[in-house]
Design a protein. Structure first.
Ligand SMILES: Nc1ncnc2c1ncn2[C@@H]1O[C@H](COP(=O)(O)OP(=O)(O)OP(=O)(O)O)[C@@H](O)[C@H]1O
Length: 357
């Protein structure tokens, strides 16, 4: 996919902006509080139907407006051009693709967005949900049949938990069947995904961290030396006490090791940022290996993420990646030698006003 034209209405301090981005690298500059992150946030909202800066996306609506709108003309892999749009007000979210009402998942398939921002290092040290979402985003974009299985699994999990809470034990085996069937499928997808991500991650870590001993270790969400159905049976008393299912793919996680030590406990904050960068680039590189231009990369506040050497390395890598990229920074010098960046466009933001230079 490539965004050919992007229109933003009432996203934070951007009242109205319309740009025709480069299919390759887009540089976004502007002073602090000019609206650079808001522009990236608008693209993220178009791909993920939510903000990356707040759990309440309606907070991104401009103070004096009642709704925000982001729309774009998007060139698909096939070459055909579709119109994507999302409108969010205080209560609802409306999604349209080619003038038809659609679901969030349709938008996510149409515009896969990967974001690297100053808080990305949390991927290593916050709770497991963010890491499950990271894995699942990669799988979702590579395997169309992942989402229906994931939905069926979650439905079974919710029903099972509701029965545990209300102690309706007789009905639990009926939901266990679905839980186990789709749970196994999800686990198989994740195991295969981590295995395919590992070599690409290693390659990225060599480039950005100068380390050649990084490793991803997947944790299924239960002691996988035993079958999940055995665990479900042996956990039943505990599940009833807690009123939820303690073991299963909904508790999956992965950990990142460097030299056989947990990265989050031993690497410096700067190294952790580089490791997360390596992980995220590995994910988009893997996606791009199947077909080029398969996702849009947003990098917010480049300079806060990386030193000059790594900024130059990253830009060089992105130039060769065949992906549409949007990178923000306060100072154009942070992007290094512009003559080395082919086919770039430069947008400058001032008080929410976006202009191409
Ligand atoms: N809902 C909103 N409506 C209008 N303005 C908002 C809203 N939410 C935040 N703002 C303001 O929008 C402005 C732009 O914020 P943004 O984070 O996009 O700037 P930025 O250029 O990325 O800044 P920095 O370089 O400091 O990170 C800020 O002044 C912010 O206070």
């Amino acid at each position: 996919m490539t965004l050919l034209k992007l229109d933003v209405l009432a996203v934070r301090n951007i009242h109205s902006a319309s740009i025709s981005p480069s299919p390759a690298i887009n540089l976004i500059t502007g002073a602090n509080a000019s609206g650079k992150s808001s522009l990236l946030e608008a693209i993220f909202i178009l791909g993920r139907s939510r903000s990356f800066r707040t759990t309440h996306t309606k907070q991104a609506i401009s103070f004096d407006q009642s709704q925000l709108t982001v729309s774009a003309q998007n060139r698909q892999h096939s070459g055909s051009i579709s119109t994507l749009g999302i409108q969010i007000d205080n209560k609802q979210c409306h999604i349209r693709i080619d003038q038809e009402d659609r679901q969030k998942a349709d938008l996510a398939y149409a515009l896969p967005v990967q974001l690297i921002h100053p808080k990305s290092y949390r991927l290593l040290d916050s709770g497991p949900q963010i890491r499950r979402e990271f894995l699942d985003w990669g799988i979702f974009n590579q395997h169309k049949n992942f989402l229906p299985c994931w939905r069926k699994f979650n439905k079974a999990l919710q029903q099972r938990n509701a029965l545990l809470k209300t102690r309706q034990l007789k009905q639990i085996p009926a939901w266990d069947k679905e839980f186990l069937e789709y749970g196994q499928v999800i686990n198989d997808f994740r195991v295969a995904y981590v295995a395919s991500l590992q070599p690409v991650f290693l390659d990225m870590a060599r480039q950005f961290l100068n380390k050649d001993d990084v490793e991803l270790r997947f944790l299924a969400g239960w002691d996988d030396r035993q079958a999940l159905d055995t665990i479900l049976k042996s956990d039943l008393d505990r599940d009833m006490r807690y009123g939820f299912t303690n073991s299963g793919p909904h508790r999956a996680d992965f950990q990142t090791y460097q030299d056989k030590r947990l990265a989050k406990d031993y690497l410096s904050r700067g190294q952790q940022k580089l490791l997360v960068l390596a992980l995220m680039l590995a994910q988009v590189t893997l996606l791009n290996q199947e077909s080029p231009y398969s996702c849009c990369i947003l990098i917010d506040d480049l300079a806060s993420e990386l030193d000059a050497e790594n900024r130059a390395k990253l830009i060089k890598y992105l130039v060769g990646l065949s992906c549409q990229v949007f990178i923000s920074s306060t100072d154009v010098a942070d992007f290094g030698d512009l003559s080395a960046i082919e086919n770039y466009k430069w947008f400058h933001v001032e008080h929410g006003d976006v202009k191409q230079l």
